[in-house]
Design a binder for this molecule. Structure first.
Ligand SMILES: *[C@@H]1O[C@H](CO)[C@@H](O)[C@H](O)[C@H]1NC(C)=O
Ligand SMILES: *[C@@H]1O[C@H](CO)[C@@H](O)[C@H](O)[C@H]1NC(C)=O
Ligand SMILES: *[C@@H]1O[C@H](CO)[C@@H](O)[C@H](O)[C@H]1NC(C)=O
Ligand SMILES: *[C@@H]1O[C@H](CO)[C@@H](O)[C@H](O)[C@H]1NC(C)=O
Ligand SMILES: *[C@@H]1O[C@H](CO)[C@@H](O)[C@H](O)[C@H]1NC(C)=O
Length: 470
């Protein structure tokens, strides 16, 4: 009897077994629902609301797991199932007067997706349809940065978490959705923990330790309180320096593991390096940085590690910004002229104005460029090519490499006699002879403070012996 197959049972017993089976299924389903409701902290009322809110999406047949929250990560990188969309971060948008959450994402530009946004509002789950806006600065790569704008459902002003799905996703997938934290819950326009935050995007295979320390010390002399590094990979010495500054509270490292999901290009155009997305994913990193510090920092500066914006008549950015606001108006993006100081060519033989060699002898054993040894620049060909900028982040909607893509008040080019950018890097105009380079010793005005500060960091982080005094 026990060995008998189901089909061999007498008809009445078969009917009885079916009834038992159905009632078992009902019990299991109700228990799972109860468990899910309990584990996801939903009240039964909110469960009903979830049902109503999601009524355009068929409900899951089997409820086996509660909605997942992405574990605490700075940038979670959540893939939207059934699409090529990758979510970077989510921010409440306070400036459009519409009530919406901006989800910064990387999307396959050729793919059309209808997005659903699932909000977690107190104890309720609510839904709305998201609208994707692909940034125009995709440089011809297959993937680009996008804002998925998710309108807030009524009486859901401050959702704590959001998930984005494809409207085409099948109902069972809803159970596997990962939720992102919605940041920038409160707009703050008067008091900021930081005056200046610098966003350094996409550190990749980085080994230039000496210039890293010099730049971070220079930035502090300029009044910078926070430096955000979107980091993919670096040498162990670089990591040691980053750890030192993280401990000091200056640096925040954001792990930038986009290359796990996409083939990022090493170039800014497809012809400069194969891949699916512009330059290591710099654009989504810059945009994330602007939004991450929108209510943390009075200003943000977007430039690279080998670039320094120096005022000509005043020393710090604290003194510079009032000058710029007076001359060009407040809330503008201030764009600075890019002056290249080549580190790949020797200085002209006639140079006597280099820093005393004794200053930097101990740095010779540290890998990387010494910016104080490169005080000759290439002549400017196109005045405002490859600018970088400082801006009130609350005036920016979307950011790109050399200026804002969309902003409240637009931008102004800063007169080079007020401030300009010092870019210590490989020569760009490689045909120049040394005597065609132009001396600019502005950096030396910081050297009496800079040199001992750099020494201290190198010693404290163990890259120079403690006793080594120049
Ligand atoms: C994605 O969707 C497929 C089918 O639609 C499903 O089998 C799979 O479990 C889902 N994956 C995740 C990670 O949710
Ligand atoms: C910001 O700048 C003001 C002066 O404008 C200064 O008093 C304040 O200490 C600065 N804040 C930080 C965190 O450096
Ligand atoms: C990256 O490119 C390689 C080779 O072209 C390909 O096999 C791989 O699937 C790609 N990876 C992603 C995440 O697109
Ligand atoms: C550089 O390192 C070498 C080997 O460790 C050492 O002998 C030399 O004194 C160092 N030079 C300076 C300038 O510190
Ligand atoms: C350094 O600053 C002083 C005044 O602070 C100024 O007179 C001098 O020209 C500056 N030097 C350079 C090279 O900018």
């Amino acid at each position: 009897m026990f060995m008998m197959g189901h089909n061999q049972l007498p008809p009445r017993l078969k009917k009885f077994r079916r009834l038992v089976y159905i009632s078992q299924v009902i019990t299991i389903l109700s228990f799972t629902l109860l468990l899910w409701t309990y584990r996801s902290n939903m009240t039964f009322q909110s469960w009903t609301q979830y049902y109503q809110a999601t009524s355009e999406i068929p409900l899951p047949v089997q409820l086996t797991v509660p909605p997942k929250h992405v574990p605490e990560q700075k940038v979670p990188f959540v893939a939207v199932n059934g699409t090529q969309t990758l979510l970077v971060s989510a921010y409440l948008e306070h400036r459009t007067g519409k009530g919406e959450v901006r989800v910064i994402a990387v999307v396959l530009r050729s793919e059309t997706v209808v997005y659903h946004c699932l909000f977690r509002c107190q104890e309720q789950l609510r839904i709305s349809e998201g609208v994707s806006d692909i940034h125009s600065d995709h440089f011809g790569f297959a993937y680009g940065t996008a804002d998925i704008m998710c309108p807030l459902p009524s009486s859901c002003e401050t959702p704590s978490h959001i998930a984005v799905t494809s409207a085409a996703a099948n109902s069972e997938d809803i159970l596997h959705i990962e939720f992102l934290e919605v940041k920038n819950q409160k707009a703050q326009n008067d008091f900021f923990p930081y005056n200046f935050t610098v966003c350094l995007s996409t550190m990749f295979e980085f080994t230039n330790v000496l210039q890293l320390v010099q730049s971070l010390e220079m930035l502090q002399l300029l009044g910078v309180n926070r430096v955000v590094v979107y980091k993919t990979s670096s040498s162990p010495e670089t990591q040691r320096i980053l750890d030192y500054y993280t401990y000091k509270g200056l640096v925040e490292v954001i792990p930038w593991s986009l290359s796990r999901f996409l083939n990022v290009s090493r170039g800014w155009l497809p012809l400069h390096g194969p891949g699916d997305l512009h330059y290591f994913g710099q654009i989504p990193a810059l945009n994330d940085c602007v939004y991450r510090h929108m209510y943390q920092s009075r200003y943000v500066a977007l430039h690279d590690l080998d670039e320094l914006i120096l005022a000509q008549s005043v020393k710090s950015w604290l003194e510079l910004l009032p000058l710029l606001e007076k001359k060009y108006g407040a809330d503008k993006c201030y764009l600075f002229e890019n002056n290249v100081f080549p580190n790949t060519v020797p200085p002209p033989p006639t140079s006597q104005t280099l820093p005393p060699q004794s200053c930097c002898r101990s740095w010779q054993n540290v890998s990387g460029v010494n910016i104080l040894a490169h005080l000759y620049q290439e002549p400017i060909l196109n005045s405002y090519e490859s600018t970088k900028y400082i801006v009130n982040p609350r005036a920016v909607f979307s950011a790109t490499v050399h200026g804002p893509l969309s902003s409240l008040k637009g931008y102004s080019f800063v007169d080079r006699n007020i401030a300009r950018m010092y870019h210590t890097r490989a020569a760009k105009q490689t045909e120049l002879t040394p005597d065609q380079l132009i001396y600019d010793g502005r950096l030396l005005n910081y050297s009496t403070q800079l040199i001992p500060n750099v020494d201290t960091v190198l010693r404290k982080s163990g890259l120079l012996p403690e006793h080594n005094i120049h």
